[in-house]
Write a protein of this length. Structure first.
Length: 504
């Protein structure tokens, strides 16, 4: 640390008029003497959007941990705050002849190794969803943009944060989070990037992402103004469709700051099937010139009808009492239904499976599985499974009937903001991945894991789900519809697992 201070002073003498950074701080380290108080952060989005928000809010408050707390800090207190690294992976499309660097490993980090990606693509049955690796890469790039948009908008909402640096301009072989790939090709979101990469940015932030058909949605609106023009007497136009649109008058904007505009409240359209809707925003000056554009996406779900079928809830540790109560409003509860919902595979549940029942196991922190269970449940907090730095991608087998009414493509986005799985099912052999109905991978298609897995068990069938649907069933339309879809699927002829678990 003493060397670092001396080196900082030496460089300042040589580089007259330049800004010098001692040590770009990230997790576990800090500054001592610097012209810019910067920090690196790599939270995966949407998984850890709350943690990203907290990190930005913490940095904006200029916490003590950004500088040495060993008594040798030379912090002035007015160093500009900068997020000097952040980003998310968007896998590049690949040429037929793979480049020389494909076999090159970065340190001993397996998840960042490209070699074998095409084999993993087919081994884990991702070809049945995406068709080709390059199609998957495009989906990965769209997820990258959604994450960048969320992160940049959050930083632009914090006036104390005076700049940011996206990691990075181009991909490198072990870090595919560039805005361009290694061949300097644009990624698929290049047309949308200017919405968030300019001096004046509209920031629409939904209060929540999921709504029932016809429900009122609320979007908080901010405008970050760093452009040179004096902006006053503005108009913010918004449009969902030809029949749902309007405008908001804005007197003036604070310069080099963020201005909060009144919240926009919209009555969403009535829908007969769930759909993703987009609200476009355009900021127009007094002369009619377009200053900025942006958009926000919401998910509108069809309303549910009262169900007439019976279900059984097995809740040995009383962890599903609230869910059972809420399910009772939508279903008929019975102790002898062919559909069983539980969060643990107990002797009672095994007996029901052996009697030919279909069991939905909602895996949570209290889940107990028998010693003979052939797979492992891992916390997403384990290294790499959190998707931070080497980003994960959440995929669904979109052609499967399970996702009718809750799927909006081949990947999950912000519709799972409330129900991001905190656990995954691992050690599933690649030949059994036809029974993984939703899952994830990390980096270059490593750590292939399941969110939803189906299997034959004894004389019955088992459907394992790591989405925390029980916690959000009553408040989140996606969670409620997802659980209903699981129950409909479990009693349909489409529920045909290949994987077998032989029970005693």
């Amino acid at each position: 640390r003493n060397w670092l201070v001396n080196e900082f002073d030496r460089v300042k003498e040589k580089a007259i008029g330049r800004l010098v950074v001692d040590n770009s701080a990230c997790w576990g380290n800090f500054h001592i003497k610097t012209d810019i108080n910067d920090y690196h952060t790599y939270w995966a989005i949407p998984e850890n959007k709350n943690q990203f928000d907290k990190t930005i809010d913490d940095v904006a408050s200029r916490p003590k941990w950004l500088f040495s707390e060993f008594g040798d800090s030379q912090e002035r207190g007015d160093e500009p705050l900068l997020i000097s690294e952040f980003g998310n992976w968007g896998l590049p499309k690949l040429p037929e002849n793979l480049p020389w660097w494909f076999e090159r490993q970065f340190l001993d980090i397996e998840v960042s190794l490209p070699s074998g990606v095409h084999k993993r693509f087919t081994d884990y049955k991702l070809n049945k969803i995406f068709g080709s690796y390059n199609n998957l890469a495009e989906e990965s790039q769209r997820a990258q943009f959604n994450a960048l948009k969320y992160e940049i908008e959050k930083m632009r909402m914090s006036p104390a944060i005076q700049g940011y640096v996206i990691t990075e301009f181009t991909d490198i072989n072990w870090e595919s989070n560039g805005l361009l790939d290694m061949w300097r090709n644009f990624k698929v979101y290049s047309d949308d990037l200017p919405f968030i990469q300019q001096q004046d940015v509209i920031i629409p932030r939904p209060v929540k992402y999921n709504y029932w058909s016809g429900e009122e949605a609320e979007i908080e609106i901010f405008i970050s103004h760093y452009g040179e023009k004096d902006l006053s007497a503005l108009k913010l136009e918004w449009k969902l469709d030809e029949n749902i649109n309007g405008s908001i008058k804005i007197a003036e904007l604070k310069n080099a700051d963020v201005t909060r505009i009144e919240s926009l409240k919209i009555n969403l359209p009535d829908v007969n099937e769930s759909k993703k809707v987009r609200i476009d925003f355009t900021l127009i000056d007094v002369k009619g010139n377009i200053v900025a554009k942006n958009f926000s996406e919401l998910f509108v779900f069809e309303k549910l009808l009262k169900q007439t079928q019976y279900i059984t809830v097995v809740d040995p540790d009383k962890n599903l009492e609230h869910l059972s109560e809420e399910l009772g409003k939508d279903y008929l509860i019975s102790t002898s239904s062919n559909i069983v919902i539980t969060n643990s595979i107990t002797e009672e549940v095994i007996k029901k499976v052996n009697d030919g029942k279909s069991v939905i196991c909602l895996i949570d922190s209290s889940t107990n599985l028998p010693g003979s269970f052939p797979y492992k449940i891992n916390s997403r907090e384990e290294e790499w499974l959190d998707g931070n730095w080497a980003t994960n991608m959440n995929w669904i087998r979109d052609y499967d009937p399970l996702f009718n009414g809750i799927g909006f493509g081949k990947t999950f986005g912000f519709e799972i903001a409330q129900t991001v799985p905190r656990r995954v099912i691992t050690e599933i052999q690649s030949e059994n991945f036809d029974d993984v109905l939703s899952g994830m991978f990390v980096g270059w298609l490593h750590k292939n894991s399941a969110y939803i897995f189906q299997m034959n068990a004894g004389n019955g069938k088992l459907l394992l789900c790591t989405f925390p649907l029980a916690d959000h069933y009553s408040a989140d339309p996606f969670a409620k519809l997802f659980l209903h879809s699981l129950m409909d699927y479990a009693q349909s002829t489409d529920f045909n697992p290949i994987t077998n678990w032989k029970l005693n």
